[in-house]
Design a protein around this ligand. Structure first.
Ligand code: ATP
Length: 415
């Protein structure tokens, strides 16, 4: 197994990455230098993460007794910090928990936001572990000058219903709003705030002296759900349960800082599991983002919306004419219909056949677009049916501070 690279100091500026690798990857902006997208290989080395390996994929299969999720099989979740350590511990019946989050900046989620949630749901089911989901209403209020607290609060409830519709286990999942749960988080928040200097926060996140002070105060709040004693109703008095965070790699600066502080506070270091970005319709240069709506497929979109958006906006790597496509085939690396199928088509053999046919010109651009429209329309229809059934009562249940048994059934049976 590849050994972990030495970790970058938490003071490494997220913004420095731009100069070194030319791509810009920060929690605030993603911009690839090249039309073929972010150079993830360089990024792994720059951030000092560990690459995903076949050995780890096999281990996940062995520990869970099922094929790893397609995101893992296809290296969409492509790098990590300490995933190997967490899996080794799990193998010895030692618990971990999952932590992920969402900043409520829009009424509806888009397909890019589904990536960490789809992965987290799979991991919760496969490993039978508890999950905490942080809704960062404080962060979005602070970062988005145009939003009032009332607007953020309304979007948060709508987003929580979306999140529940991914199918998380109600017995093992705790969803919390920062502004509501802050009392429980605050002792750890103050420990982190005492351990991190202004210079470090400036260095890691690139803030300047005109930014509101709340921006500087926020990173510790995203850090502390990774410490198990922030959730006494789940972990009691235990201090030694590590968390694992599935998210996109843009969040790494937060968790580099968190791991650095954890070591100093004598807490378990959080593990992370990072995905590539789900690109916008117009191409590989950026991620799908709420700030560019025509570039985005929303979870509320109808089948007609999906058809229109894919036909009109999805960047094609196919030939400009039918004849050219038949002669030369498509460039899969920049073709959005193919790239989206990598994320959403379950069947590996079918995906491989499409890659072969489309790259050699046997399959036409219209045909791959049609395939994608079918796959996404089915996914969205099923999601929307589940979402319609989510009630305010469900929201209350997931957000209730209640006793949760953190121990996987498998561990209990082994006792
Ligand atoms: P947006 O810019 O669209 O509002 P965001 O990054 O602000 O997105 P958050 O709710 O703050 O959204 O992020 C929640 C999680 O979703 C993070 O792990 C983030 O990396 C991930 N995420 C957001 N967009 C994408 C994407 N296009 N592909 C993969 N992951 C994404």
């Amino acid at each position: 197994m590849e050994s972990a690279k030495p970790e970058e100091p938490a003071t490494q500026a997220a913004t420095e990455v731009k100069a070194e690798v030319e791509d810009e990857v920060t929690p605030f902006n993603i911009a690839a230098a090249s039309d073929s997208g972010i150079d993830y290989d360089k990024l792994v080395d720059k951030f000092g993460c560990s690459r995903m390996t076949d050995e780890l994929r096999e281990k996940i299969e062995r520990l869970t007794g099922r094929a790893p999720h397609r995101f893992i099989r296809r290296n969409i979740f492509f790098c990590h910090r300490d995933l190997d350590i967490i899996l080794n511990r799990y193998e010895q019946n030692q618990l971990f928990y999952l932590y992920t989050g969402r900043g409520p900046s829009a009424e509806a989620l888009h397909l890019g936001h589904t990536i960490p949630f789809i992965m987290t749901r799979y991991m919760q089911e496969a490993f039978d572990v508890p999950l905490v989901i942080q809704i960062t209403d404080d962060e979005k209020f602070m970062y988005r000058p145009e939003l009032s607290q009332e607007q953020v609060a309304k979007m948060a409830i709508s987003n929580i219903k979306d999140i529940i519709a991914f199918g998380f286990d109600p017995e093992k999942t705790f969803i919390f709003l920062d502004t509501e749960y802050i009392k429980e988080l605050y002792p750890n928040v103050t420990k982190v705030q005492k351990a991190v200097t202004l210079n470090q926060i400036k260095g890691v996140f690139g803030f300047n002296d005109s930014d509101p002070v709340g921006k500087y105060a926020y990173p510790p709040i995203q850090a502390v759900p990774s410490f198990c004693n922030s959730f006494p109703h789940i972990f009691g008095s235990r201090k030694n349960v590590p968390s694992l965070i599935p998210c996109a790699i843009d969040q790494d600066p937060y968790f580099r800082m968190t791991r650095d502080v954890a070591a100093r506070l004598k807490y378990e270091k959080t593990g992370t599991f990072y995905s590539t970005f789900f690109p916008g319709l117009e191409g590989m240069k950026g991620k799908m983002s709420s700030s560019s709506l025509h570039n985005t497929i929303l979870l509320t979109d109808s089948a007609a919306d999906v058809k229109k958006k894919i036909n009109k906006y999805a960047f094609s790597g196919g030939g400009a004419t039918e004849q050219e496509q038949r002669e030369k085939g498509a460039n899969l690396d920049v073709d959005m219909p193919y790239q989206y199928l990598r994320f959403f088509l379950e069947d590996d053999a079918e995906l491989a056949q499409i890659a072969e046919d489309y790259s050699t010109g046997k399959m036409l651009t219209g045909q791959i677009k049609q395939k994608l429209i079918e796959v996404l329309s089915t996914y969205l229809k099923e999601f929307q049916e589940r979402r319609k059934a989510i009630t305010d009562e469900d929201v209350k249940k997931f957000m209730e501070v209640r006793k949760i048994n953190p121990v996987p059934k498998k561990f209990e049976e082994a006792r």
